[in-house]
Design a protein around this ligand. Structure first.
Ligand code: SF4
Length: 177
């Protein structure tokens, strides 16, 4: 209903529209509903400012809003992690690593992309699309990529610690250059 209403409004008037899905619900359900509703509108070129309404801490609404805009390619901000779902082939704990890296790098507002992939099946391909890449390798030898190119191998490191420090250093270097 909200999508239909905003679409009709955009058809009859050129005024800027502040769009949002009201009473969308809890963090997970509300995020899905808001993403479908707002994503649909924004993809059609409707909407000048957005509002995300969740029954969750207000900071989550801001995070969801940014993720939505990032997914649509309308905004670049913070660390964007590309990761695989993990499976029996993973060479380190992908899920735990991604959760930890995202949480510990939440304070970064500069745009940087990081791929965290459990094995060679998809790691090199995803690394080509990101600023920093990690691909799990056998016997604790994991490949690090920079700008899509193989850079060095880490051996038996705490993977999350390593990536967090590596990304932070990269951001610091950018600020100095
Ligand atoms: S990239 Fe490797 S570890 Fe990740 S889901 Fe695919 S096969 Fe599994």
């Amino acid at each position: 209903m909200a999508v239909a209403a905003y679409t009709q409004l955009a058809d009859i008037d050129d005024c800027p529209l502040h769009i949002g899905i009201t009473e969308a619900g809890s963090l997970r359900a509300g995020t899905v509903k808001s993403s479908i509703g707002l994503g649909n509108l924004l993809w059609s070129g409707i909407g000048d400012t957005i509002r995300v309404s969740l029954s969750a801490h207000p900071s989550e609404e801001v995070k969801v809003g940014y993720e939505m805009l990032k997914s649509l390619g309308l905004r670049r901000r913070g660390v964007t992690v590309i990761s695989c779902p993990s499976c029996a082939r993973q060479q380190f704990d992908v899920i735990k690593t991604v959760q930890e890296v995202e949480q510990r790098l939440e304070h970064i507002s500069e745009s940087i992309t990081v791929s965290i992939i459990g094995c060679i099946v998809n790691g090199p391909g995803e690394a080509k699309e990101t600023d920093i890449g990690l691909t799990g390798g056998g016997k604790g030898n994991h490949q690090i990529y920079v700008n899509g190119i193989t850079d060095h191998i880490i051996r038996n490191e705490n993977v999350a610690d390593y990536i967090v420090n590596f990304v932070q250093n990269k951001i610091d270097q950018r600020k100095l250059s």
